[in-house]
Design a protein around this ligand. Structure first.
Ligand code: ADP
Ligand code: TRP
Length: 325
């Protein structure tokens, strides 16, 4: 089974990214051959600041390695180190109906947020399809907001296979139900564009202060509370095993347990999970040559695989000229 996912380097990674995409992808590395990459070509559709793009790309590399990416087992690379993906994107463009892209929510949402509607932004899902198809991926772990892009990928793969012969594996999205949408401080989807995030590697004091600001209803300390309606609980249960989750549910229902208590428990769970990752990240930061070497080797492995699919796709459409008619 080949697993593939990517993440844009367009800001500090947060708990929505971690539980929505990173943790499922990192868990799947045990079950198959995983390809994980930093989607810096995609980020260029919204980040036009050279230093920021470079820094964010580096930070994502550190974040993933710190959170448990195993660079021996998993192929980890920068998207821009595999330029073959653009040629495949062009071949796919030739079978991409305009209407399919016009229906993409993510394009409409980004324009609504004020990002300039460039061709790159519009064609974003075609490049994403090329990312997925070029490695013959079976499973794509992503948060719910990316599901439509994986569906576009499936449509394009089927259309291409149908017109030109079987070249691509048809991928499936992988979205664990319990983490489909991680809420932010205000209860909306956690997203850097809503300013409601809890960063993975932010200053710990500030992180605790942000956790204390999570919006709750105004029930008093002694009132029984409904865990299923609470943002604090929704975040806590992502960290907790069954026993701790049940214990907190019972506390909510029993009364005399305030939201402040729940927030403290959440902050402790956050610290318990991320303290070892933080230590590992500091170590990686002190060894940039190692990190660069991981990315370079990853790109080498990725390019070898990418070239195989690209050759087949070129041949299928009639772009290979090796002496044959
Ligand atoms: P942001 O919304 O902060 O810009 P991205 O769109 O860059 O985040 O998302 C990167 C990955 O993390 C995607 O796979 C996305 O689905 C996932 N993700 C982001 N936010 C959440 C969330 N709140 N809940 C679940 N998954 C999320
Ligand atoms: N569009 C994804 C996001 O914003 C990033 C991405 C680019 C991706 N190419 C991909 C995700 C291929 C999965 C597979 O999060």
């Amino acid at each position: 089974m080949r697993i593939l996912s990517g993440i844009q380097p367009s800001g500090k990674l947060h708990l929505g990214n971690y539980f929505g995409m990173m943790r499922p992808a990192l868990q799947l590395q045990e079950r198959g051959e995983a390809y994980l990459f930093i989607a810096n070509y995609h980020a260029l559709t919204s980040v036009h600041d050279r230093e920021r793009l470079k820094q964010d790309t580096w930070d994502v590399a550190l974040d993933f390695l710190a959170c448990g990416l195993d660079p021996v087992r998993t192929v980890f690379f920068r998207q821009s180190d595999v330029p073959e993906v653009h040629e495949l994107a062009w071949l796919l463009s030739a079978v991409t109906p305009m209407g399919l892209l016009e229906r993409c929510h993510s394009y409409k949402d980004k324009i609504a947020k004020g990002i300039a509607p460039s061709h790159g932004l519009f064609a974003y899902p075609v490049l994403m399809a090329a990312d997925i198809l070029i490695y013959q991926s079976n499973v794509v772990p992503v948060g719910r907001d990316q599901k439509q892009h994986v569906e576009v990928t499936r449509d394009l793969a089927l259309k291409f296979n149908n017109e030109f012969g079987e070249v691509f594996t048809i991928p499936e999205p992988f979205i664990p139900d319990e983490v489909a949408v991680v809420p932010g401080l205000d209860g909306q989807k956690m997203s850097k564009s809503y300013g409601n995030t809890i960063e993975l590697f932010g200053d710990m004091k500030e992180t605790k202060a942000r956790i204390m600001k999570i919006v709750t209803d105004s029930k008093g300390l002694e009132d029984p509370k409904d865990p299923s309606a609470c943002n604090v609980f929704a975040l806590f249960k992502l960290f907790a095993d069954d026993a701790r989750r049940q214990e907190m549910e019972a506390n909510y229902r029993g009364g005399n347990y305030g939201y402040g208590h729940a927030k403290k428990a959440l902050a402790a769970a956050f610290e318990e999970t991320f303290a070892p990752f933080r230590a590992r990240r500091a170590e990686l930061q002190a060894h940039p040559d190692y990190v660069e070497e991981v990315l370079r080797k990853g790109a080498e492995r990725a390019r070898t695989e990418a070239a195989k699919t690209l050759d087949r796709a070129r041949d299928a459409v009639g772009l290979s000229f090796t002496g044959r008619a």
